[in-house]
Design a protein around this ligand. Structure first.
Ligand code: SAH
Length: 237
């Protein structure tokens, strides 16, 4: 009898926690394993508590098409329409950590896509500006972020290669599509002391995740971290 009551209680409690929360906990555990395995290349061996909290809180299943919701917490990219993808959770986590976000930061994202990376960042910094070149993706991401109560993310439609001059300089810039080179306008719009994370390389070639740092004196240092695979940065530049 006690066994049944116990089982019932267990079922009731796990039901209350929701499948999403359990799935997010598993997703974060998987990210942590991958962080550890890639720490030599990335320079980041573990998640910081605040990034971990953000990953545990953002409902990733609401950023993917309804038919793919059950796969939302698997550690892989998923299609979001228009030939684009939401990045793999590990990559979102790594790019976020590499930016070293602080509560007073203003950050620019190039490649809004689903809006998931922007949502994660919005929990860690003061303001996020994010640019998307495909208008329907931008409007969907905007509506999604608004419905979830984010007030510190602004979604713009345009070619992110040129950045967003009126809100520059930025403490951090994250580019979530692969560029053939580091866009000079983005380097220009980075604050001294700021960091940019960007995949560089051709569409069918190996791309490298790069960390660009602007020193307080304005010197630009670049470091190649690890091989990655992103959709290409498009646009007329
Ligand atoms: N950060 C996204 C993943 C985006 S995939 C997420 O969390 O879901 C890359 C996105 O970059 C795609 O939506 C693509 O349309 C967009 N993109 C490609 N070239 C761009 C450009 N020049 N300017 C702005 N967005 C661009």
């Amino acid at each position: 009898m006690y066994v049944w009551v116990g089982l019932w209680l267990l079922a009731a409690l796990s039901g209350a926690a929701g499948w999403e929360e359990q799935a997010r906990t598993q997703m974060v555990a998987e990210i942590e394993r991958e962080f550890y395995a890639t720490s030599l290349a990335s320079g980041k061996s573990a998640l910081t508590p605040k990034v971990k909290r953000a990953l545990l809180e953002v409902p990733r299943h609401l950023f993917v098409p309804e038919a793919l919701r059950s796969a939302a917490y698997e550690n892989r990219p998923l299609p979001i329409g228009y030939g684009q993808t939401i990045s793999q959770p590990y990559i979102v986590a790594l790019m976020t950590e590499l930016l070293e976000p602080k509560p007073e930061h203003v950050v620019l994202e190039v490649g809004t896509g689903s809006g998931y990376q922007a949502a994660v960042l919005a929990r860690l910094v003061k303001q996020v500006y994010t640019i998307e070149i495909i208008e329907p993706l931008a409007s969907r991401a905007r509506a999604r972020l608004k419905a979830q109560g984010y007030t510190n993310v602004e979604v713009r439609v345009g070619d992110g290669y040129y950045g967003l001059k009126e809100h520059a300089p930025f403490d951090g810039i994250v580019v979530t599509a692969a560029a053939s080179h580091i866009p000079p306008p983005l380097v220009e719009q980075l604050k001294p002391g700021g960091r940019m994370v960007i995949p560089v390389g051709g569409q069918f070639l190996v791309q490298s995740l790069m960390l660009v740092e602007k020193t307080p004196k304005g010197e630009v240092l670049t470091r190649q971290l690890l091989p990655v695979s992103f959709v290409p940065l498009t646009g007329g530049h």
